[in-house]
Structure formats: C-alpha cells, structure tokens
Design a protein around this ligand. Structure first.
Ligand code: UGA
Length: 446
C-alpha cells in the first residue's frame, strides 16, 4: 500500500521504516528541512538500534522516501498517518496545536473523489479524533471523502524496531468499516493480534496503558522504600510477586523513578483529561508522588553517606532516560546531575550516547565535565553514582573502578551491580531496596 507519515521523529521514522520492511511504499514528511536533508543523505537524526540499517535498505529499495511537503506526501497515499509531537503545557494538559495544524494542512490538499484515511498515531487525549474530523471538514473542499482513525503506538525507545516488527497487539480505533479494512491490510504482514475498537476507546487505551505501566513501576518503588526500612530485598520481593501470572514480572524494576518523553507527560495528561471530564483519577497523583520521592530518597542516601555534598567530586554514569537510546528528555539521570550541582558538588558525567544531546539542549550546567569513558569519569571521585543501567557499565572491571575512585563509595540507582561482589571488592555500596551486605552480616551474627 502507499502510506504517508507526517512527522519523522521516534514514532514516525521507525514506523515508516518498518512499514517499508513489510512491503509498503512509504513517504515520510517533516517540516524540519535539516532533518529531511540528513535523511536524504542517509543520516539518521536519532540513535535507535537497527534503525539505520532498515532506513538505508529501504531508501535503496525505493520503498522509503522523504519530503518536506505535505501535499506531495498526501497526494499519492491511501492512508496518512499523523505522528507529530503532543508536548505538555505548564499545567500538564496536552498541547494539540501541531495536530490541529497538520489536520488543517491535510484538509487543504485533499481532493474530491480521492478517499483517504487519516490516522492519528500520536498520543492524544480521548475525543481528539472528533476534533480532527471537524477540523478537516471545516478546511477541506466540499465533497472530500475521508475517515479519521486512531492507531496508538506502543513502541519503546531503545527497542523500537523490534517492538514495531513484533507488536503484542495492534489497536485500531475506527468508526468506519472501509477504513478498518484498509488498516487491517496495512498490519496483516506483522501477524499480530488486531484489536478493533471505536475511536474514543482506542485513544483511551494508550493513556490507560502508559498509566498502568507507570503505576507498576511506582508500586515497585514504594516497595523498595519499605524494603530499605525493613532490611528486606526488593529484588526478591518483586520476583516473588511477579511470578504470579496475574501480576507479571515486567515493569517491576525499581530504580530512580520513571522518566523519558512519554510516562511523565502522559500520566500528567491523563490526570488533566480525567479532571477535565469531572472524574478525577486520584490514584495517578499518588503514582507521580512516589516517582518524585524515589529520587529524593536516593539523594538523601547520598547525604547520609557523604554528609555535605558541597565541593565533593562526584562521578555520574548515565545521562539518558534509559539504556540503548540517545534520548535525554525528562531523564531522571539529568535531574540527579542538576540536583547534585545545586547542592554544590563538582560533577563529571559519562554516557555512551547521551552527552551530545545533553549539551546541545543545555540540560546540564556548563560546569559539569563530560568524560570520554566511564573510568575517566570515575578518576579521583569521592563517590560514583550509577544513574542509567547501560550494559557497558556492568562490564567495567570492579577492581578498575576501585583504583580510579578516591573513595570506594558507589550509589547504584538501578541495582545494576551485585551487592556481594561489591562488598568483596571493598566498596561501600548503596543501592535501591536491597540491604547493604555488611549490615545483613552484622544482623545475621547478632
Ligand atoms: C513507554 C512505553 O513502555 C511504550 O509502550 C510507549 O509506546 C511509549 O512509552 C510511548 O508512549 O511512546 P519508553 O518511554 O520508550 O516507552 O520506555 P520504557 O521502557 O517504558 O521506560 C520508561 C521509563 O520507565 C524509563 O525511565 C525506565 O527507566 C523506567 N522503568 C521501566 C523503570 O523504572 N522500571 C521498569 O521496570 C521499567
């Protein structure tokens, strides 16, 4: 089929490449001429495992093309996907101005006699489909035929290609059989279960899914606080509950709290949407609170061990919001760096992929030094903070870390290291919801 995707960010570009992979002809549109020029030159503006190879292959197969013109994109496509940003406003509600602008532009180029399906792939509040339909009607020529469909995307950054090629399910929110049949044809090659709903329900599914996942993480993080207080091991507790199939072990990993461009924004948006509709979802406010507290508790652990953070030399490993991405938006690792600088610490950071964007978007102060390797960052530091669980960090030999640090004090915000191995190497090791081994031993012999 001929598909057009408007917006070539994480969702649009990866979806475009994967649709091309299964045989569709895809034209990706973006209003940033720099991005289009890069893509034409075979350069990928984001780091996502497997994406570069896929894009290069399908540019060569001529199944993937790029343009700056919505008219060119919409003209030859049976189905037009909208995958533009829906950023948060100050109060947490969603700014839908990009969606509205694209809807107007699509309306302006639709031709009578050419049926088109307009698909919303961006994460939007329930009832946005109605607004998009109204907008297109308002700005299109009389006699234009179209349907608006909601098709939320569930890919995770860092494994976006794999998630898109093998989705758990595909959700199609459609109020028209004609549109549903075209959507089924697009997704048939992915061999995934397809769930067809009305447009409103599909829109709700996306916010409900992200909120539930955030709730699972906050539940595990709240347990980690109890485990710290009780001297229990949160890893064992979440394994113990997660093996119950009704609960499931996924998304129960404790850490510094969830971050990234989706969960914080989507949970705030869902709270605002529900409030707006007169049915406040107060449970989600608690999810947010636990998430904030998790970072605060971690900083308190640092203060407890180091007493005063001012003028302490601290190494931070990790800046991205999770491993295998270069995305530093709403990253808790970046928040930790800023918290430490605010308290007067001298921070040297290292991240395998996130340093360039952290600097480019000025997310960390100029005073933060960036090292060219994990070990270089650790040189002479009075403490090491592990903020993002990159595999590369697990592979650094512990004796090398110890040699480089001024004081063998490690704060592991992601429970990446083995407490016993850290203890054997002579580290003072602080992590999340797992008892320090020296304490556990003292307690056992008492
Ligand atoms: C999330 C969802 O998982 C996707 O299904 C959804 O499509 C996407 O948002 C979106 O709305 O576009 P993403 O933000 O890329 O995907 O990454 P996740 O792997 O979900 O991680 C989000 C945050 O939760 C990260 O900060 C991660 O460190 C944290 N996390 C995740 C935990 O703290 N514990 C866990 O067990 C899992």
């Amino acid at each position: 089929m001929n598909l057009c995707i408007i917006g070539s960010g994480y969702v649009g570009l990866v979806s475009g490449a994967c649709f091309a992979e299964v045989g569709h002809h895809v034209i990706c549109v973006d209003n940033d001429p720099k991005k289009i020029a890069m893509l034409h030159a075979g350069q990928i503006p984001i780091y996502e495992p497997g994406l570069e190879d896929l894009v290069k292959r399908h540019v060569a197969s001529h199944r993937l093309t790029f343009t700056g013109s919505i008219e060119e994109g919409v003209d030859g496509a049976d189905v037009v996907f909208i995958a533009v940003p829906t950023p948060p406003r100050e109060d947490g509600s969603v700014d839908l101005s990009y969606i509205e602008k694209v809807a107007r532009e699509i309306a302006g180029v639709l031709k009578p006699g050419q049926y088109r399906v307009v698909v919303d792939k961006s994460t939007v509040p329930v009832k946005t489909g109605d607004k998009v339909t109204e907008t297109i009607h308002r700005y299109a020529k009389p006699g234009v035929e179209f349907d608006v469909v909601s098709n939320p995307e569930f890919l995770r950054e860092g494994c976006a290609v794999a998630d898109l090629m093998k989705p758990d399910r595909v959700v199609i929110g459609s109020n028209s059989d004609k549109a549903t049949n075209l959507m089924r044809k697009i997704y048939e090659p992915f061999m995934a279960p397809i769930l067809v709903t009305d447009v409103n329900s599909a829109e709700l599914i996306k916010h409900a899914a992200n909120s539930f996942l955030a709730l699972k993480i906050s539940y595990a993080n709240a347990l980690s606080a109890i485990c710290d207080a009780a001297g229990a091991d949160v890893e064992k507790v979440v394994d113990g509950i997660g093996t119950d199939k009704r609960i499931g072990r996924h998304f129960l990993n404790t850490g510094l709290g969830y971050g990234g461009s989706c969960f914080p924004k989507d949970i705030a948006a869902f709270i605002a949407i529900c409030e707006d509709m007169g049915v406040p979802f107060t449970l989600l406010k608690e999810v947010q609170k636990i998430n904030r507290l998790q970072r605060e508790r971690f900083l308190q652990k640092m203060r407890d061990a180091l007493w005063i953070l001012r003028d302490k030399k601290i190494a931070v490993w990790g800046l991205t919001f999770k491993p295998d991405t270069d995305d530093v938006r709403s990253s808790v690792a970046i928040d930790i760096v800023n918290d430490l600088v605010r308290e007067g610490a001298h921070v040297t950071a290292y991240d395998p992929k996130g340093m360039e964007k952290a600097r480019e978007f000025k997310l960390i102060p100029e005073s933060v030094k960036l090292a060219s390797s994990a070990l270089e960052a650790a040189d002479g530091a009075e403490a090491l903070v592990l903020a993002t669980e990159w595999k590369e960090f697990r592979e650094v030999p512990l004796e090398e870390i110890k040699k480089r640090l001024h004081t063998p004090l490690v704060f592991d915000g992601r429970n990446l290291f083995d407490p016993e191995a850290m203890q054997e190497q002579g580290f003072q090791y602080r992590c999340i919801g797992r008892p320090a081994k020296e304490n556990a031993r003292k307690k056992a012999s008492a």
